[in-house]
Structure formats: C-alpha cells, structure tokens
Design a binder for this molecule. Structure first.
Ligand code: GAL
Length: 370
C-alpha cells in the first residue's frame, strides 16, 4: 500500500509541495495523462541510478564519487557514476547514455548548468527524476529538485570571515582583492554575491579599498576553477598594484584558489594576508592550523551524498522529497530546494568542526595542535 501511491494522490502531493510560489504552468502533470513528463516515483529496488559529476576541480568532487559508488551499492541500486573531465560535451553524452540505460534518477553536478538542456529534456521525457547536485541546473524545466549547501549563505559566511579577520588585523583602511569561481558554474555568482553583500558596504564607506579596481564578477572570475588562472591573475595584480601598497585580505571562493593566491603573495615576497576559502581541503586545513589561511567552509560531502541517497530511496519507495527552502528561479521554472547548512571554520573552531569526517579528523589528530 505504502509503496504504490495512486496517480491522483501523487499529483495532489506534488502540486501541494510545489504550490506556494509555482506558476501553474510548471506544475508536473499527473502520471495518468500518459506519463511522459511526470517524474518517476516508485520504481524497482535494483533500478539504475546515474550520477554525472563535473571535473575534479576540488577534493569534494573526488570524495563524492567514492561516496556515491559505495552508498548506491549499499542501497541495492545499479549505479553509473561518472566524471566529465573532458568538458561539457562529454557530460552531455554521459547523461544521454544514462537515459539510454533507463536510469530512474539522474543526479547531476553540472560543469555548466545551462548547457545540459537536451539530454535533460530526454531524461524528463523518459520519466527520470532529475536532481541538481551542489550546482543548480539552469534554463531548463527538466529538473525536479536542487540539493546543496546553500551557496549564497556560503558567500555570506566568507564575507563575514574576511571582515572578522581584517578587524583582528587592525588595518584601516584595509586593502583587499576579490576572487570568484568559474563563470560557467551556477554556484560562482551566489558565492560572490553573498560575499559582496557583506563587503560592499565597507567598500562604499571607504573602510576597504580594492586597490586593483577589479570588483565586477567578470573581472574576478577564474575560468575552470583552475589554480593556475588565479595565480597568474594575482602575479600580475600584485606587481601592478602592490609595489608600495600592502595587501591585507582576499575574498576567495574556495581552498584551491586561496592556496593559489597565497602562493602568488609568497612568491612576490609580500607579508601574510587574511584569506577565505571553502571545501575543507586537507592542505587548507593544515594552513588554517598554521595561521596562513584564515577560514574555510565545511560542507561535509558525506552528509550531502547521504541526503541525496536518502531522497533516492524515498523516491524508490514512492515518497516525494520535502523541500526546505524557497524555490529557486532557474530561468524557466521555480526549482524546489533541499538545503543543508554550510559551517564556517577558522582557527577558533577547526579542532572540533570535523567530527564524522574521518579524512580531515586524521589531519587534525596528526597535527599535534588539537
Ligand atoms: C563548486 C562547489 C565548491 C567547489 C567548486 C570548485 O560548485 O560548490 O564546493 O568545489 O565548485 O570545485
């Protein structure tokens, strides 16, 4: 009884869940109208689940691969978990192949969330349930749910941490520079906007000065999230703007790019800076213990992957997930979201912030500092 809900019941449940902010045209049609566009709910316990991951631009993605493989196998599903190291067209073909394999749920960590419209439309037409994982899928109606650590909140926490670090440093005014992620990643804008929501008032009041003048997202974005791109930009920027001025702080969207900026600062022989990060990468956690990187963000990958697997198990049993945040406009529809809370980590809480994360906990245990 519990397992197979009636089509009418499902349609009512779906429309209730999506009701508040959803334009009528985007409400999923009931399965009984032919079923082609209705997400699949209730399917075989050993069904195929596809997980399309982007490029290995940070440790969290690498860890997600293992965790999805283990978690989906343990849950009894047949799984296809793939990276798209060669870029967007590879990711498009991988998703198409998952549709061919009759995947009932397709989880997508998009390289470029605006470029997957065709394979996602094919997935939707076949009745697959599509989950945007960590990064929103944009400009498509073929996405059923977005599951992530709230990216705008991540940015706010980074902005707050930079302010905290600069206040402790005591600069006045403080010279800062900004880094954003890759423009094709749907997260890069909310990370940057969240951070700027905290920093802009201080820039406007003159407390903070962006000496290079590079303050727009386009000027500070880092193509492909590649460390070498951020480092090159910082080499040039330091030489051009900091011959006599002192750089005090940097808003960095993740740990990989924070370490790239730190390398440029060190290579140029400049004094220590306050710099933010994200992802709790092992090398950056070590830098936080040493006081060289001010902050990172803990978005425990295991918790996020487990949340997605729990949602998939629910779908398999015929239960729709419960969104917990305001739906997000992806350019075409309002996408229901399930958000987890990111946690800011600095030297003040680093020793206690990673219970349950065996990889980082090992680094802390071995550091002799916790
Ligand atoms: C983002 C992700 C971050 C970071 C970045 C680069 O989409 O949310 O945690 O890993 O990609 O890989």
């Amino acid at each position: 009884m519990k397992k197979i809900a009636t089509a009418a019941g499902l349609a009512i449940a779906a429309s209730l869940l999506l009701s508040a902010c959803q334009p009528a045209a985007t409400t999923a049609p009931p399965a009984s109208d032919g079923g082609s566009a209705a997400p699949e709910v209730g399917f075989a316990a050993d069904a195929t689940i596809g997980v399309a991951l982007p490029q290995k631009t940070s440790e969290n993605w690498v860890r997600a691969e293992d965790m999805f493989n283990e978690g989906l196998s343990a849950a009894g599903f047949n799984k296809i978990v793939q990276f798209a190291d060669n870029g967007v067209s590879e990711q498009q073909s991988q998703i198409s192949a998952m549709v061919e394999s009759d995947a009932k749920v397709i989880v997508v960590g998009a390289i470029d969330g605006s470029q997957l419209g065709d394979p996602l439309a094919a997935a939707k037409a076949k009745g697959a349930y599509i989950i945007a994982y960590d990064r929103l899928l944009k400009n498509t109606d073929a996405v059923d749910l977005y599951v992530a650590y709230d990216p705008y909140r991540v940015g706010e926490l980074q902005g707050e941490a930079l302010i905290e670090g600069l206040t402790a440093k005591g600069c006045n005014p403080c010279n800062i520079e900004l880094i954003a992620g890759s423009a094709d990643d749907a997260n890069s804008t909310p990370f940057f906007e969240g951070g700027m929501s905290k920093l802009q008032p201080k820039i406007d009041s003159g407390e903070y000065v962006v000496v290079s003048g590079q303050t727009s997202f386009t000027q500070v974005a880092t193509e492909g999230w590649l460390a070498e791109n951020a480092q090159k930009r910082f080499d040039t920027l330091l030489a051009a703007n900091y011959a006599s001025a002192t750089l005090d702080g940097v808003l960095s969207p993740n740990d990989t790019l924070a370490r790239a900026a730190l390398t440029a600062v060190e290579t140029a022989g400049k004094p220590a800076i306050v710099i933010t990060g994200q992802d709790s990468e092992v090398e950056s956690v070590k830098l936080i213990l040493e006081g060289k990187q001010y902050s990172t963000i803990n978005k425990d990958t295991g918790v996020l992957v487990n949340k997605v697997i729990e949602i998939i198990k629910g779908l398999q049993a015929g239960t729709q997930p419960t969104p917990n945040g305001d739906p997000l406009d992806n350019g075409v529809i309002q996408v229901p979201v399930v958000y987890l809370d990111p946690v800011i980590v600095t030297q003040a809480n680093v020793c206690t912030a990673y219970e349950g994360d065996t990889v980082v906990q090992k680094v802390l245990d071995e550091s002799g500092k916790c």
